[in-house]
Design a binder for this molecule. Sequence first.
Ligand SMILES: NC(=O)c1ccc[n+]([C@@H]2O[C@H](COP(=O)([O-])OP(=O)(O)OC[C@H]3O[C@@H](n4cnc5c(N)ncnc54)[C@H](O)[C@@H]3O)[C@@H](O)[C@H]2O)c1
Length: 322
Amino acid sequence: MTILITGAAGFIGSHLCDYFIKHTNETIVGIDNYNSFYDPSIKKRNLAHLDGHSRFKCIKGDILDKGLLQNIFENEKITEVIHLAAWAGVRPSIENPDIYYQVNIIGTLNLLNLAKDYKVNRFLQASSSSVYGNNKKTPFSELDAVDLPISPYAATKKSCELMAYNTHHLYKIPIACIRFFTVYGPRQRPEMAIHKFTRLINEGKEIPVFNNGNCLRDYTYVDDIIQGIIAIYNQPKLTYDIVNLGESQTISTLDLIKLIEKYTGQSAKLKLLPAQPGDVEQTYADISHAIKVYQYKPQFTVEKGVEAFVKWYKKQEALTIH
Ligand SMILES: NC(=O)c1ccc[n+]([C@@H]2O[C@H](COP(=O)([O-])OP(=O)(O)OC[C@H]3O[C@@H](n4cnc5c(N)ncnc54)[C@H](O)[C@@H]3O)[C@@H](O)[C@H]2O)c1
């Protein structure tokens, strides 16, 4: 079997490549365009340790390039797809919606079409808790209506779920859309909360805290996300499914910052600001479906995860300085 992992050099993608190389005999073909949404050298570093591995390669290319994708499916004999490549993040999607709609929707369409043409065995794609918008009912269940996206990013992720269902319905490709709830851990994207807050605290700089620190988020440690993806990947009875992967705990931004202060041993300077357009008030995953069907069992409380993240951050920093 040869698995195509899109967005392989990114935060979650690189952890997934590591998992398959370390724990399975699968051959992995990655694709990533190493774009500059954040420093591409971070993405190169994410995969550097896999360079030259006999069961791994990452092709530099764009999921909007249909010809390249077709060559990859044909030449590499792709049998499964895990599609993570996207423009991620809510706030930048409001500033630059076109690139989000192009890459997230047309890129996903290109991959679904090839999955159909090459009759892949299964197709997993990254969705997001942002599809729940300002859902008032908590925790958020896969059965809740998600028709009111409050950012272009969320609208693209919901659109991809609809395209995925249609591909499954017409061509019987087993597909799962996995709604990740704010993922963090080593290699987390530098602009995301936890990574950004740790960096600013460490540099003694002010932290802009939106919604006066009252946003509530369900933070999910990357090891738990990988465990969940693998469980879904290994489910032989997969038809079409939507699955929440979260930690099912919810913490306010202010309490999160207190945890980072505890593990960095430094005090944060806060700049309290109003809520930003597009930001949802809270996320809180109902993970009962993932537990029941996929035996998903998250291991990291946010306290344990923040401790592990800060440890990784300090090690990285020491490596960069010396
Ligand atoms: N990290 C989270 O908290 C989170 C939460 C919900 C959903 N997601 C989704 O999970 C997936 C992975 O997120 P991540 O945090 O690892 O982000 P990331 O930005 O680190 O990884 C995405 C990768 O996709 C690549 N990419 C983007 N456009 C591409 C294109 N046109 N062609 C080829 N490659 C392209 C990027 O270079 C990047 O390496 C995304 O689909 C994201 O929307 C992430």
